[in-house]
Design a protein around this ligand. Structure first.
Ligand SMILES: [Zn+2]
Length: 151
């Protein structure tokens, strides 16, 4: 099938059984996620920054970052919300570049990704334990279990 994301990075052909189908259109899952995230970045800008931005410039800025500079679109969406949550006063679409490079947003993103991977192995649990800002409410019986792992 033809991937309908016009900026497909995978050669434009997608297996039907691996594709995301929207109506009559097929997408690589990654392409669909990228397309959705780009749209959400623009929506977020409208909702939280400026309801009437210079639309063409906003789109160009997002496209440049995601499609030319390979900034992960899902990360950019996360970083935009993160920066706005942390008091950034964004006005101009060019500010997205600074958003995409923000160290704190990158760290928060990495942490979120690590959490997604899950914590099955005992070694991983001890790694989590070392993270100083991880909320860790010890219950007595849990504490015993934890010591057993460490022994
Ligand atoms: Zn694709």
């Amino acid at each position: 099938m033809k991937c309908r994301w016009k900026h497909c990075k995978f050669g434009g052909e997608v297996d039907k059984d691996k594709a995301v189908q929207i109506g009559l259109s097929y997408f690589h899952p990654e392409c669909y996620a990228e397309r959705e995230s780009i749209q959400k970045i623009i929506d977020t800008w409208h909702e939280r920054v400026d309801a009437y931005p210079m639309e063409a410039m906003l789109r160009k800025m997002v496209n440049d970052l995601v499609l030319k500079q390979n900034v992960n679109a899902e990360f950019l969406l996360f970083a935009l919300n993160y920066c706005l949550d942390h008091g950034w006063n964004l006005r101009h679409p060019a500010g997205l570049k600074a958003v995409s490079k923000d160290d704190k947003a990158h760290k928060a993103w990495d942490k979120k990704q690590n959490k997604k991977l899950g914590t099955k192995a005992a070694t991983k649990i001890t790694d989590e334990f070392r993270m100083d800002d991880t909320p860790f409410d010890f219950k007595p019986q849990k504490a015993v279990g934890f010591e057993d792992i460490l022994r």
